[in-house]
Design a protein around this ligand. Sequence first.
Ligand code: HEM
Length: 509
Amino acid sequence: MILYLFVIILIIIIYWIRSCYTYWKKRNVPYLKPSSLIFGNEFDFLFKKKSLPQIMLENYNALAPHRFGGVFSFQNPVLYIRDPELVKTILTTDFQYFYDRGFYLANKKEPLTQHLFNLTGNEWKSLRARLSPIFTSGKVKIMFRLMKECVDEMISVIDEQILQDQCFDFKELLARYSMDIIGSCAFGLKANSLRNPNSEFRQMGIRTFEMNMKSIFRTILFAFNPRFTNFLGIKSIKNDINDFFINLIKETVAYRKKYNIVRNDFLDILISLQNEEKEQVNKNVTGNGYSKNAKIELSIEMMAAQSFLFFIAGFETSSTILSFTILELSRNLELQDRLQQEVDKMYITYDGEITYDSLSHLVYMDKVIAETMRKYPATPFLMRTCTEDYLIPDSNYVIERGTVVFVPIYGFHHDPEYFPNPEKFDPDRFSEEGRATRHNFSYLPFGEGPKICIGIRFGLIQIKLALAVLLKRYNFRMSSNMKFPVEMRKHYPLLSCEGGVWVNCVKRT
Ligand code: HEM
């Protein structure tokens, strides 16, 4: 009897799954058949068959020549957008229909998840407006001083190690550099990961991105139904990571307030935002103590969540771009030479000093970095969720509310239609004439529209600073430890290299 019941339930489940997979066919939308019964088109990612960039490119190519097409994440339909004009409409013009990313991970019981990337609707809008002033050029310029301390530390670490070995894993070294910067600017902490790779701060960073069986299981549950998974009390951030970052911010804020310490970093700005809000709330309190116009308070937990986001959004992306730039320069010596000449000239013009303003004159460096972000976009796709039924312009198809939409950045960046010979590293693609040959929205390393990366200025200046200082002092040459083409890391939510980025580093004479 039990066996019969089991078989009947199994048949019902299989029938239900199969009916889910008819979603795109019924709507006459071109689509890719699911590669597995349970996981839809996610099998290759979840079971480490292919890297995320590879999947993005294969799906993008397989859906050609259509403007859009469907896949399945488990049983959920996901719409890939292949037309840059439609990408523009979704990310900017008709943004009001695609307001959320759709992660739905922000959960009051897990304070660290309440950050800008996860927040939705008006909560996101209000916080974005409040955080934007943190990233103005004036504020980033003030923090440049802290970045310089970290770059000096990196050079002294390289100089010491170079005596023993000239071959470096630049991914590892530059991740430690980026981590020290974000530790200093967002947590007011000397993270010391350049000198001590086992520092607690660095270990917490590594563990945040760690993927093991438990996190796979969590990912699967969140993919099935994030709200239900939250309801079950399953956490998306490990308890010790949560406690570490919240306590760090609590203690630092209390210490700064007690001793009136001002460092002009992210944390100071968050503290002043909190103070301004308190004043605002006090002004708005009416006679009966009821607040007319109060915003959500920027509590210590909210501050910790934003600092945590700057940490996860900033360190991996910046170090990926930096290390791949060094790698490409080691393979293209002519380009390296040209860039070194530009850097040398800048040092001469500015009396051997490097400043925030002097870096803005490195025009060729801008092109080199732009080309690295084209070939190796740290974030291989953008995600939005349709928040209101939306008729795709020049089509009969209505995207239903709740449908997830992907913009496969890696696919666009490797499409010969926009970037001929895409495997070639060619910074001149970003000359004025080069840019004019393609649609603006075929190149999206930082995303676009109101949800565009908030940290562009901060990220780019830390990249330019490190590159200028490194190129002034060292030559980079290919190492036999490095495989090319690069093998991308599998089962990882960002673009990253398997086994590090190994390059020989020799002091310039
Ligand atoms: C330099 C390398 C970086 C790259 C390539 C990068 C890329 C991105 C991308 C693609 C997005 C999604 C945009 C979208 O959905 O349209 C994003 C969002 C974001 N990034 Fe960055 N990022 C970088 C550095 C940083 C840094 C240094 C910070 C902070 C210190 C930062 C903070 C954020 C935040 C807070 C968001 C969410 C914005 C929102 O939802 O309103 N990023 N970034």
